[in-house]
Write a protein that binds this ligand. Structure first.
Ligand code: ADP
Length: 285
């Protein structure tokens, strides 16, 4: 049995930095451009692996150079990518604009991610998913996870309306502030059968709702690029739950990892090691 099975996307991130975001119809001049491996599935799988978990990723890429590079990124981080299929559609792309305050806006073009074949995840303690792959694939993975007693964690990003059937399969849902609103609020999620809702609020920390409501303040760090904070949080949360931490210990670890991720540019590049995360936790105990 492995620690964490992730079902999710792999994208090539095309990142432009500029002073401020363009308004609709407007063109602004960028300052820098870079290409990075990304996609919430790959990011969260790498985040969990760097935290020390054994991880497998179920996903799809195109038969192209970015696809090979993304699989290699996962493999280099120690993620089992043998279930990342090679599809006829091109590898997914994310067009990311980051302004000088570190705020990002993103357009994702799914490509191969939309054609995720049916595949079996290996037996895992925690099964982690996001919404950049078809909902039917996530539902099937969570049904299988429930049958084996795994803990299911859904990061509902990008947000889309979710049926009560899907929500009833989620032990833990981790939305950010925008996503929780689009899903109708914390009470609606509990009403659909979700046991724990962890709302991440960037520099304002998190709110945990699991019968009681607890607010936790974020770790103090300088912001370079917020891309990857939510992915660092989710991957680390899954890794620590699989390691046997109780919920609040796992959340504190995930918050430290999220904070470290905003201090470095890019998504995969900004994901911290377990040692770095422990160091920040000790510094700001
Ligand atoms: P998303 O990227 O999905 O919008 P958040 O921005 O809410 O997710 O970040 C996830 C978590 O990472 C936050 O709950 C927080 O613990 C940590 N984090 C994010 N931004 C910062 C920040 N500026 N300072 C400290 N911690 C942060």
């Amino acid at each position: 049995m492995i620690d964490v099975a992730v079902i999710g996307s792999l994208n090539l991130d095309l990142v432009a930095r500029c002073d401020r975001h363009p308004d609709p119809g407007e063109t602004v001049l960028g300052t820098t451009y870079a290409e990075h491996p990304g996609g919430k599935g790959l990011n969260q799988a790498v985040a969990a692996a760097r935290a020390g978990a054994t991880v497998a990723l179920l996903g799809a890429v195109g038969d192209d150079e970015p696809g090979r590079r993304l699989r290699q990124t996962g493999a280099t981080a120690g993620v089992d990518v043998s279930r990342v299929a090679v599809s006829a559609a091109p590898t997914g792309r994310a067009l990311i604009v980051v302004d000088d305050r570190g705020e990002n806006s993103i357009v994702v073009v799914p490509g191969a991610n939309a054609e995720l074949p049916d595949g079996r995840l290996p037996a895992a303690r925690v099964v982690l998913a996001q919404l950049e792959v078809p909902l039917a694939s996530v539902t099937a993975a969570f049904e299988a996870a429930r049958a084996t007693g795994a803990t299911t964690v859904l990061n509902p990003a990008p947000a889309q309306p979710l049926s009560p059937t899907v929500l009833a399969l989620c032990d833990i849902v981790v939305p950010n502030e925008h996503e929780v609103e689009l899903l109708g609020g914390v009470a609606a999620l509990h009403g659909a059968g979700v046991g724990t809702v962890i709302t991440t609020r960037g520099a304002a920390g998190v709110v945990v709702s699991d019968g009681t409501t607890t607010e936790l303040a974020a770790f103090a760090v300088d912001v370079v690029d917020t891309t990857g904070a939510g992915d660092a949080f989710c991957g680390n949360l899954a890794a620590r739950l699989a390691a046997g931490d109780d919920l609040h210990d796992a959340i504190r670890w995930a918050m430290a990892a999220g904070a470290l991720a905003v201090g470095v540019s890019g998504a995969v590049a900004s994901l911290p090691t377990g040692a770095a995360t422990q160091e920040l936790m000790a510094l700001q105990a």
